[in-house]
Design a protein around this ligand. Sequence first.
Ligand SMILES: [Zn+2]
Length: 169
Amino acid sequence: MGQVLGKVTKAVDDERGPDVLHRISVPAGWLSEGAAIDVELPRHLSCARCEGGGCDACQRSGALTLRERDEAPEVVSVTLPVSEVGDVVLRIPDAGGLPPPDRPYGRGLLLLRVSVADAPSAGVVRSLAQERPLTISPEERRELIRRSVLVAVGLTVLFVVLLWLAGWL
Ligand SMILES: [Zn+2]
C-alpha cells in the first residue's frame, strides 16, 4: 500500500472524499522496528479538516461515517515508519471519508496519528502476514519433494535400462 509520512495539512484538494483522522497507540517497540500492523477502523472517525469542531466537509458534525451499521469493520494494513520518538502521522490514500454519491472521485485520506503506549489500542494488531519470513510454503515444499522423487525415479530407470543394454551388448 502506498503511503507517505507527513504532517497533517489542511485539505486543499476537494477532488476526493473528506479526510478523516484516527488516533492509535502502539508499543514503542513496534515503532522502533517499523512493524507492519492491521488497524480496524471504527465506523465513525473525526473529520480531519476541523478535528471534530465541525465544518462544511462533515456537515458541522465533526465526524464522518465510513460504513453502514451492518457492514463489517474495515481493516487497513500499514507499515509503521521506523521512529524512536513516536507521534507520527501516516497519510493513507483512499481510506478516508466517502465522496458524495453523485461525485466520481475516490475516498479521502486517512490520517493515522500513531502515539506510543504500553499496549496497542483496541483494533490494532501486528500484521503477521507481512512479516512472514521468506520461507517456502508447505505446498511449495510438497511440489519440490514430488519433483525430486520423479527425478530420482527417472534416473534409476535410466540407469537400469543402461545396465540392461550393457548386458545385452
Ligand atoms: Zn469537519
